[in-house]
Ligand binder design. Sequence first.
Ligand code: IMP
Length: 500
Amino acid sequence: MESIFERQMRQSYSKGSTIAVGCNQWGDTGKGAIVDRFMHIADICVRSMGADNCGHTMHVNGMKYVSHMIPSGILFDSKGIVSVIARDVALNPLTARLELAEFTKAGITCNNLKISFRAKLILPYHILFDMLSESKSGKAKKIGTTGRGVGPVFQDYIARVGLTVGDMLDEGVMYQKLYHVLRDRIAFLKTLDIGMVREVMQHERLENGLFFHSKHILDIDAIVERYREHGEFFRDMICDTEAYLKSQLGTATIVFEGAQGLLLDINQGSYPFVTSSRCSVAGIANGAGLREKNITDPLGVVKAYVTRVGEGAFPTEIGGYDAVSTYKTQWHDKLVDVPLVEQINDSNEVIQGGAIGMIGGEVGATTGRSRRVGWLDLVALRHAIGINGSQIVITKLDVLTGIKKIPVCTEYCYEGKDNPAIPLHTGQFLDEMIPENEILKHCRPIYTYLDGWDEDISNVRSWTDLPENAQKYLSLIEELSGAKIVMIGVGPEREQVFFT
Ligand code: IMP
């Protein structure tokens, strides 16, 4: 039977809507759970950017599913929802196959998956170069990537030497393209310590040394053979998804599942500590071969606080750089007997931030790394909604329950050197983020402090049932950012989200 939420959803989004679920922060805002709810009305679920660097977590009937490559729509495959991996996704065929195998084992049918023949193809050397460049870079240069080969695969694409998913269907083409692209790479690899390269290639993501060649380092024949086999596996799913999606516009309800977040977007994010794809709503549309105007309902998911994985400036980080890791190594064990609800009010911000991360389960679904935790940043949000539009979904509001005073960043004070080009001077206040790391790292957050709430809100299903102080928190977000909150999430289960 249709729940109240599901009925409201059906009434709010008419048949033929195109809903893009993006993220207005640094990813990990709970898009997966929101996309999952939209499956109630969806005919098609599309992933159109990113790669297996993201991890979408869904909780269904007490089971937890994490998908990195396959659109969340797959969980509803038996209901006829078509899942699409579109053109601007970089496909890791191994990850996709492993995920499909796991879904199948869990009894989920996977009959309606379509993959663009133009999607970019992640090859073993992309992963190798990503891992090597991260391990060679000093802390200052490191991006803190997920090690999935994302930067290198998009580099190849921009350099116009990349392989696409369709190439897997033609061994000859694959060999020719690989031979061309790998000549220089192999010459470069030969300048490195071969023992070290060999060791990196033992990684399970590189199939435990399957592609290592003692003379040429990269074994082209082994790569071609493995990818030919992947091609066979995916043969019936590979098609022209752009043509398919265009043909469905206006009649089918299409839900686009964004990956990462606007602040990680290659153009709009905190460069250079970003990912290599376009994470904006426009990027989501274009990545599927559509226009931004084809999206009837652009949504930006916003967590009630902020997290970031990897390196890069993070003005509202609680307790300073990488405090959550410090908490884990220095405080966690000592504080096992102190309830988290006390820790989140600790005057030591390392403890406070670490405890919020614990309550929020802030561990990367892809990398297992602890996420850095910060207060809500309206300066960043203004920047994001300026690009993604004003409709937002607030998630994980419940995590803030129990915090006595909740800081909200309303402005930055720039404390770097004067920069006449922008222009920008020391002491200047900024109400919108300039997404350049060199600037961002000199921005001090200015906070407004709001009274928190103690009531358990995990069972709340309407705005009016929220504690007054939670309403004030949300109203302040709308008032100071220009956003319109359309949905609120108060827990990880699919029932724990409601319309405002
Ligand atoms: P890459 O996408 O693996 O190249 O990583 C570039 C940056 O984006 C790193 O800081 C990653 O931690 C971050 N990143 C990539 N994917 C995600 C994601 O799904 N959630 C959060 N951060 C991500």
